[in-house]
Ligand binder design. Structure first.
Ligand code: NAP
Ligand code: MN
Length: 266
């Protein structure tokens, strides 16, 4: 942390941010940091906003693993990726000066479509039928054909994404210190003809998940990487794996993932 001094702020323009941001910039500059105007020149990238903004910040700055990310909430609600409040700049400065921070490394998944372009995600990749009828996917773990899924779709989430979309479909909440990915179903059809595992499952970091989309008018599913739609047409094969890369984020020492889970859900 101490040798990283070039900070870039990522935020959506709004008048409500500016007063507090100017104050933050003044205080952070007084404490020896330089605010840079180009993310390329930064070794700390701070997102101002909520979790959705943090996802966009990491995406827009290309999932850099050579810098630290920090989430700063611009409301009075702390979220999963944000450990700081924009309207409590002094607490942030105190945390820097008194070294109350830790770096947490979050797993990233990589999605490759039709052996072609690859995309990274820190929350999840989701795939859903774009037609009224059910959608058929052959699901492989490495070379093992696990199941033929028939239903609305699948979500493949990282541990940090486990508290987002994954949780809404009753996936497990996963400690981000575990490098793994979780697969959850959206409306699977289960009867004597079609059978899926039916429960969420978690695979280790050495596994590749392959989804083969059955033809029959299903080649244009709705796909999302975190909060962005993927506009790829004619999808036949999707490979999903952990990249080995980690996104480093700055967090407060006394604010663990499980504190956030309790604060948010219980
Ligand atoms: P959104 O629709 O505005 O956000 C959905 C909610 O999820 C927001 O409250 C957001 O927090 C929160 N969130 C995002 N990442 C989270 C995480 N890792 N853990 C816990 N909560 C999280 O869209 P968005 O803000 O751009 O967020 C995109 C995410 O929404 C997607 O990656 C997906 O996980 C999730 N999503 C959920 C559903 C569902 O539950 N049915 C459907 C579609 C997408 P903030 O308010 O702080 O942004
Ligand atoms: Mn949001």
């Amino acid at each position: 942390m101490t040798d990283r001094k070039n900070i870039y702020f990522f935020y959506k323009e709004s008048t409500s941010i500016h007063k507090n941001l100017d104050n933050l910039i003044n205080r952070i500059t007084e404490n020896g940091f330089n605010v840079v105007n180009d993310a390329q020149d930064a070794n700390i990238i701070a997102s101002i906003g909520g979790d959705g903004d943090f996802l966009q910040c990491v995406r827009r700055t290309r999932f850099r693993d050579d810098c630290l990310y920090a989430g700063i909430s611009n409301t009075n609600q702390l979220s999963f990726y944000c450990d700081f409040y924009l309207d409590n700049v002094e607490k942030m400065i105190e945390a820097i000066v008194e070294n109350q921070m830790k770096v947490r490394r979050y797993p990233v998944i990589e999605v490759t479509i039709n052996d072609g372009p690859s995309y990274e995600c820190i929350n999840e990749f989701s795939i859903q039928s774009a037609i009224v009828k059910t959608f058929i996917l052959d699901v492989y773990i490495n070379n093992l054909h696990l199941e033929t899924f028939r239903g609305d779709g699948l979500i493949i989430s990282t541990p940090t994404g486990s508290t987002a979309y994954n949780k809404s479909v009753h996936g497990a909440v996963v400690d981000p210190k575990l490098t793994c990915m979780q697969i959850t179903e959206l409306g699977s059809l289960n009867n004597n003809q079609y059978r899926t595992l039916g429960s969420p499952f978690i695979v280790s970091e050495d596994k590749t998940l392959t989804l083969k989309v059955a033809k029959e008018g299903n080649e244009h599913p709705i796909m999302a990487i975190d909060n962005e739609a993927l506009s790829v047409r004619q999808v036949e094969k999707i490979q999903i794996k952990l990249t080995g890369k980690k996104i480093k984020t700055i967090k407060l020492k006394d604010n663990t993932f499980w504190h956030k889970v309790k604060r948010t859900f219980l």
